[in-house]
Design a protein around this ligand. Structure first.
Ligand code: 1AE
Length: 411
């Protein structure tokens, strides 16, 4: 019953890491290939029809990685699923490769190969690295993004004042915190309009334009209208809690020409998918590969250094997905959580110049306030670009000096 005709060109190939008895691996792999496509746990007469059999999955490989105990081994298996089973949605992709299977004991989706013809059915980023740089007028250096902290409970006037403080620091973007949902004090539309006015006022004085990435919240059925409205009213970008809402929701926004601003993908909730080494879906798929397909222009993920961390190897693979040669535009990486000015040389070294320096505490916790917090990042950028050690640059740059005094430079 296994389909021998499906070629890599017209198949999605999923690689799983699982634990099972060595002598059961073949049957297990075959059970997945059939069970997730045309079969079930028992013989189904209809599955023998040739038209149905065309849709069957195929075992592409079985590799034992580690010997375990009691005859069990840790192994990787590759299963090819015909693209013809899918319909260009994340729902069809994820349910095919890891729907029911995700509940079948110790098994983890490690890699996912999509042929270009299938990848093209997903929108990908509307702007990508160059498009975001163009919109923000920021070239040849990392972007600096401030995370708006402590928002719930502030009146619109207080919020505008806090936005102004961040804009005075010269940051390219101020983004809402992902946990900012309440509209009791100001709606997202009111914030967008008021911050845009404040940004214009600051820009007239400083020559620096700051865009606002507004948290796109509300019921799913209203998101597209709200996104269009926020874009029209002056939002610089949309912050979306992608995993909570679902990749297809983001893809709909990315496909819509009237949503004419970049999408910032926040990773909230994703740890529930990738957190275990033995279950779930690898972080680089969740936060790299699928985010790009869905249309994220900036991809936020836990940095390797800070308060919520991701290891160096998953990070490398994740960033590779964001930047790899592919049918879609590349995505700007925003390694986040616990970012402060002393880390800037390390971030350049690890990620290069196409990068977003995204900081909440590292800007608002600056002894001189958010204004000085933003400046400290630009001082650090200046130092790296001129090959000057941070401590040296800090001597005549008070914002950087105070930041280094408070948070130091990692060794
Ligand atoms: C990986 C997500 C980071 C995030 O959402 C966040 O708010 C970070 O804040 P700070 O920079 O760690 O204060």
């Amino acid at each position: 019953m296994v389909n021998a005709d499906v070629s890599p060109r017209d198949a999605v190939v999923a690689t799983y890491r699982l634990r099972d008895r060595r002598d059961k691996l073949e049957a297990r792999a075959e059970g997945i290939a059939v069970g997730l496509t045309i079969g079930s746990w028992t013989d189904l007469p209809a599955a023998r029809k040739s038209e149905v059999a065309k849709h069957c999955g195929r075992v592409e490989g079985i590799r034992v990685l580690e010997e375990g105990t009691n005859g069990e081994v840790v192994a990787e298996i590759d299963i090819a699923y015909p693209v013809a089973n899918l319909n260009g949605t994340f729902a069809s992709l994820l349910v095919t490769v890891f729907g029911k299977l995700s509940m079948d004991g110790e098994i983890r989706l490690e890699r996912l190969y999509l042929p270009d013809a299938l990848a093209r059915q997903f929108p990908g980023p509307k702007f990508g690295v160059e498009g975001v740089r163009e919109r923000l007028g920021a070239h040849g250096r990392p972007l600096v993004m401030s995370i708006f902290k402590a928002c719930a409970g502030l009146t619109l006037d207080e919020l505008v004042e806090a936005f102004g403080e961040q804009a005075e620091g010269g940051v390219d973007l101020v983004k809402d915190d992902e946990i900012f949902f309440t509209e009791a004090y100001a709606t997202p539309e009111e914030r967008v309009r008021a911050y845009a006015e404040k940004a214009r006022e600051v820009a007239q004085r400083t020559g620096r334009q700051t865009a606002y990435a507004v948290n796109l919240t509300g019921p799913v059925h209203a998101l597209r209208d709200r996104a269009r409205r926020l874009a029209d009213q002056g939002a610089g970008a949309l912050l979306v809690n992608v995993v909570a809402y679902g990749y297809d929701v983001v893809a709909d926004l990315a496909r819509d020409p009237e949503v004419h601003v970049p999408i910032l993908a926040h990773p909230a909730v994703s740890g529930a998918l990738y957190g275990s080494p033995n279950y779930g879906i690898a972080a680089d798929i969740v936060l790299g590969q699928l985010m790009r397909l869905a249309g994220a222009d900036i991809g936020i993920f836990p940095s390797m250094y800070g308060s919520v961390t991701l290891g160096a190897e998953p990070t490398r693979r994740l960033v590779e997905h964001l930047r790899a040669d592919a049918p879609h535009k590349p995505v700007l990486p925003a390694p986040s959580a616990g970012i402060y000015p002393g880390l800037v040389p390390r971030l350049y070294q690890d990620f290069g110049v196409d990068l977003v320096l995204n900081a909440g505490g590292g800007i608002h916790g600056h002894p001189g306030g958010a204004r000085m917090g933003g400046r400290a990042f630009f001082d650090a950028i200046w130092a790296v670009e001129h090959g000057v050690p941070l401590e040296e640059a800090a001597k005549d740059r008070p914002a950087l000096r105070q930041a280094l005094e408070k948070w130091g430079v990692p060794s």
